[in-house]
Write a protein that binds this ligand. Structure first.
Ligand code: NAP
Length: 509
């Protein structure tokens, strides 16, 4: 990829980046990364990665399957012997180097994110910066995988508990955060001393390969990180699930696929960590700072991959006394959002990932309208002019919807905001919890007592109080109920890649 002249203006740089990437990548065949080597598929087959904003071909990618997955697992298994006994300090140094290199390449990687995922460049850059800080966090956490000396009940025995890396970890990731979801898994795994076989989403393999290259250049030894690519996830995941060398499946994706993987992982009792779907309630109480609540709702509804995020607000509940005012302000702001290619300056929302995603979103909207829902904004495909070849959908606001309709019960995964009203705190908590999901939730209020009561009562892994920015590296992230198992990030993020061993030493022997 050509270097971009940093002295030119941003618009020009983005335009150049777009042209360079498109014209070069059409010639390019992207290969898998196994045992430190870049390899084609055994069959020679490839699949295509297309830009969701334009439909244009971005790259052809090696189309791997079970054979390459087995090779990668073998390489990871072999590499584990050395990597597991490399000191935590040394592993941390390599991860810090990865952070530094990824920072240097942040623009380049963000462009890949825009090309294959469609999100605006500014947002993509934010994601890349957020992702690379997981290398930093876990580089430091690696040195704190402390054991415990336990007071013994016997004078002649000593007891201690220590942690050891699990072994080979198979990681499967989605397309909506092609950089962050990967680094949030590989950084703790590598920090803990595990080795990894990663399968990124079919739509976004280029970001995964760029991250593999970062790790390679940072000195991650061959076999410690491997990336298998494929258009069909089944043979790859089957090998991961059936191969006894794999000790853990780390999956981020839909609840539906998570359940399939868990059932199969049960056959060999592999460890699992799941980050799954969400259905976040966003609750605005009448004493809230209304402007802050509107801004927060707009940000967490529309400005995270255009609503295609697991922690996006899926249902917005507004207390009746302020509903009219909130809705007017929310619709006015939503109307001003700029939709377009992620390379266009000032764009707030890109396209949805593909036509299937757009159709699913529209079906949910149509269903709500057929049941009596009212359209306050949008509810349509954007197909004219610059939108003609991409899967764009208008920012949408729906009113007079009901809790049990699919638009409120399913994960919408698009720029659709159903707004509902409520009367009491007790009522809204019950309604907010009435879902099988339990990932993120938000509440806006100035009442401290209410903050405590409601945040304790909400059955969600993340509670944003007067805050819709998501989470940070320092705290664990994960879901209640069908939104997941285990936690990523924070100190817990490392624990999920460690096995606990108790040692009993009999001094009398
Ligand atoms: P998905 O369809 O479940 O796919 C996720 C990954 O699983 C992809 O790599 C996919 O491969 C693979 N996959 C799909 N079907 C599979 C199968 N039968 N066996 C094995 N692997 C399979 O989800 P998605 O549409 O990419 O992502 C959106 C979902 O992820 C949403 O539900 C969102 O809430 C969730 N998500 C959760 C978090 C979190 O932290 N909790 C974060 C981001 C996203 P292919 O791409 O090849 O199909």
């Amino acid at each position: 990829m050509k270097e971009i002249n940093m002295s030119v203006g941003l618009n020009q740089k983005l335009q150049e980046a777009k042209n360079i990437n498109l014209s070069e990548s059409q010639e390019r065949l992207e290969k898998m990364y196994i045992d430190g080597q870049w390899i084609s598929a055994d069959t020679g087959q490839t699949f295509e990665v297309c830009n969701p904003a334009t439909g244009e071909l971005v790259a052809k990618v090696a189309d791997g399957s079970g054979i390459e997955t087995k090779q990668a697992i073998d390489a990871a298994h072999l590499a584990f012997k050395e990597w597991a006994v490399t000191s935590a300090k040394e592993r941390g140094k390599i991860l810090k180097k990865a952070q530094q290199i990824m920072q240097e390449r942040a623009d380049e990687i963000a462009k890949l994110v825009v090309l294959e995922n469609g999100k605006p460049f500014k947002e993509a850059k934010g994601e890349v910066n957020f992702a690379l800080d997981y290398f930093d966090w876990f580089a430091e956490e690696a040195r704190r995988a402390y054991g415990t000396l336990v007071p013994s009940p016997f004078p002649h025995k000593r007891l201690w508990v220590q942690s050891q890396p699990l072994g080979v970890v198979a990681a499967i990731t989605p397309w909506n955060f092609p950089a962050a979801m990967i680094v949030r898994k590989i950084a703790p795994a590598l920090a803990a001393g595990c080795t990894v076989v990663l399968k990124p989403a079919e739509q976004t393999p280029l970001t995964a390969l760029a991250i593999a290259k970062v790790c390679h250049d940072a000195g991650v030894p061959p076999g410690v990180l491997n990336v298998v690519l494929g258009s069909n996830p089944i043979p790859i995941s089957e090998e991961m699930l059936n191969n006894p060398k794999v000790k853990k499946i780390g999956f981020t994706g839909s609840t539906e696929v998570g359940k399939l993987l868990m059932a199969k992982a049960a056959q060999s009792l592999k460890r699992v960590s799941f980050e799954l779907g969400g259905n976040a309630p966003f609750i605005v109480f009448e004493d809230a700072d209304l402007e802050a609540a509107v801004d927060g709702a707009i940000a967490i509804k529309y400005l995270r991959v255009g609503g295609q995020s697991c922690i996006c607000a899926n249902r917005i509940y507004v207390q009746e006394a302020i509903a009219e005012e909130f809705i007017a302000a929310f619709v006015a702001k939503a109307k001003k959002l700029k939709i377009g290619s992620g390379f266009e300056p000032g764009v707030d929302l890109g396209p949805l990932i593909n036509e299937t995603a757009r159709n699913k979103v529209h079906q949910l909207v149509e269903d709500a309208v057929a049941r009596g829902g009212e359209i306050a904004l949008g509810a349509s495909y954007l197909t004219k002019g610059d939108y003609a070849s991409g899967s764009f959908y208008a920012p949408t606001v729906l009113l007079k919807v009901e809790d049990l309709w699919p638009i409120c019960q399913e994960e919408v995964f698009g720029p659709v905001a159903p707004i509902l009203t409520f009367q009491t705190e007790e009522e809204v908590v019950a309604r907010a919890n009435h879902t099988n999901y339990g990932l993120a939730s938000y509440l806006y209020t100035r009442d401290l007592g209410r903050v405590v009561r409601v945040s304790e009562a909400l059955e969600y892994g993340l509670i944003g109080v007067n805050d819709a920015a998501g989470y940070t590296h320092e705290i664990p992230f994960g879901g209640f109920k069908e939104s997941g198992l285990g936690r990523e990030g924070g100190a817990k993020g490392l624990e999920d890649y460690l096995e606990v061993k108790s040692v009993v030493v009999n001094l009398a022997q």
